[in-house]
Design a protein around this ligand. Structure first.
Ligand SMILES: [Zn+2]
Length: 338
C-alpha cells in the first residue's frame, strides 16, 4: 500500500488554488490550478480542495485511499501543531482548524499538515529547487504582500508562534502609509505588487483605455523601456533591498531566494535590487550572499506542501537536514585531526 501511495500538496492563494500529487520520491504525478472560490467559508474551501484532489487521483488511476499524506500552505500565520490558520485576512479567517476540516473529508488516518504559504514555498525550493545545497537561506515571495521563510543551520526556523519571517512588516517609515497589520510604513506598502500598482497610477501610468495597470503590465512596460515604469520598479526594489539587507546582516545568510509575481519583472527589478542590496549589506555578509530567483515558479508551494506531508509522516527525509547540536564555547573541536 505504501509503495503505491501518493502525497498531495495544496497551495491556497487568494487568486488561485493549486494542487498536485507527487510520489514519495518527489516525482510530480499530476498538478492543476483552479481559481480560488469566491465564497471563502473554510468548509467550502475544504470541500473544493478535496474535490480537486479526487479529480487528480482519478486521472492517475487512484482514489482517496491511495493518499499517504496531504499538505497545504495557506496565507497568514499558522499554528503548525493542529494546523490552525490563526489569521488570514485574504479569507476572513481567524483561528480556523483547517487541518481538521481537511481530515474530516479524507479517509481515516491520512496525515494532514497545514503550514504558512511562504514556508511551503521554502520547503519546495529547499528540497527540489534553488535551495538544494544550502543551509542558511531566506525565501521571499513578493506578490500581493511580501512574506519570507527561513532555513537556518540546515533546519526550518519557525519562532515561538511559528510566525517567523514577517519581512513585509519591517518598518521602513514610521510615518508612512497605514498597513493592514495596524502599523505604518511597512515594507509591503512599498515593495509588493499592490504597491507597484498604486505607484504606477500615481506616476500617471495606465492602460490604453485609462484603466489601472497590473504589476505584470508595469513590468512589461519597464522591459519595453517606459521610464516611469522603470522608476516604479526601481523604487519597489530599493524598498525590498532594505529589508533583505537587514535580514542578511542579522542572520548571516548565504542566499536569498525570491519568488512571486514581481520576481518575474526582469532586469528593471533585479538590477536595482542587486545594486541596492550590495550597497546596504555589510562586507562580511556580502562576500557569500547571492540573490537568486526561485527555481520552481508556481510549483514550489504545491511541491513543498506535499513534501511536508511526507516529512511529517516520516515517509521521506530532508536532504541536508542538520541534526547536529550547535557548538558551545570556544571549542577547538573543528581543528582536531584536520
Ligand atoms: Zn504591516
Amino acid at each position: 500500500m505504501k509503495r503505491d501511495g501518493v502525497l498531495a500538496g495544496v497551495d491556497l492563494g487568494g487568486t488561485n488554488l493549486r494542487a498536485g500529487l507527487i510520489s514519495p520520491e518527489g516525482q510530480v504525478l499530476w498538478r492543476h490550478a483552479v481559481p480560488t472560490p469566491q465564497r471563502r467559508e473554510p468548509e467550502r474551501i475544504a470541500d473544493t480542495i478535496v474535490h480537486v484532489l479526487e479529480r487528480g487521483l482519478k486521472e492517475i488511476g487512484a482514489d482517496k485511499h491511495h493518499l499517504i499524506g496531504v499538505g497545504a500552505g495557506i496565507t497568514g500565520p499558522v499554528r503548525r501543531e493542529g494546523g490552525v490558520a490563526l489569521l488570514s485576512p485574504n479569507f476572513g479567517w481567524r483561528d480556523v482548524p483547517f487541518a481538521d476540516l481537511l481530515r474530516a473529508r479524507l479517509p481515516a488516518g491520512v496525515p494532514v499538515c497545514v503550514d504558512n504559504d511562504v514556508r511551503v514555498v521554502m520547503y519546495g525550493e529547499w528540497q527540489f529547487g534553488a535551495g538544494r545545497d544550502l543551509a542558511n537561506f531566506m525565501c521571499v515571495t513578493v506578490g500581493t504582500g511580501v512574506g519570507a521563510a527561513l532555513l537556518l543551520n540546515g533546519r526550518p526556523y519557525y519562532g515561538v508562534w511559528d510566525a517567523a519571517g514577517e519581512i513585509g512588516h519591517y518598518i521602513l517609515d514610521p510615518q508612512g502609509p497605514e498597513c493592514g497589520c495596524g502599523n505604518r510604513g511597512c515594507l509591503e506598502q512599498y515593495a509588493s505588487a499592490s504597491a507597484v500598482e498604486r505607484e504606477a497610477a500615481r506616476f500617471g501610468l495606465s492602460r490604453g483605455d485609462g484603466s489601472p495597470m497590473s504589476a505584470a503590465e508595469v513590468a512589461a512596460a519597464a522591459r519595453a523601456g517606459e521610464p516611469r515604469a522603470q522608476k516604479v520598479l526601481a523604487r519597489a526594489a530599493a524598498a525590498l533591498a532594505q529589508g533583505l539587507a537587514v535580514s542578511a546582516n542579522l542572520l548571516s545568510l548565504e542566499s536569498i531566494i525570491i519568488g512571486g509575481g514581481l520576481s518575474r519583472a526582469g532586469e528593471a527589478f533585479w538590477g536595482p535590487l542587486r545594486r541596492e542590496v550590495g550597497r546596504r549589506v555589510m562586507p562580511i555578509h556580502r562576500r557569500r550572499l547571492e540573490l537568486v530567483p526561485a527555481a520552481l515558479g508556481d510549483d514550489a508551494g504545491v511541491l513543498g506542501a506535499a513534501w511536508l506531508a511526507g516529512w511529517q509522516s516520516g515517509l521521506i527525509h530532508p536532504q541536508r537536514y542538520d541534526t547536529r547540536m550547535p557548538a558551545t564555547g570556544n571549542s577547538t573541536h573543528g581543528r582536531e585531526g584536520g
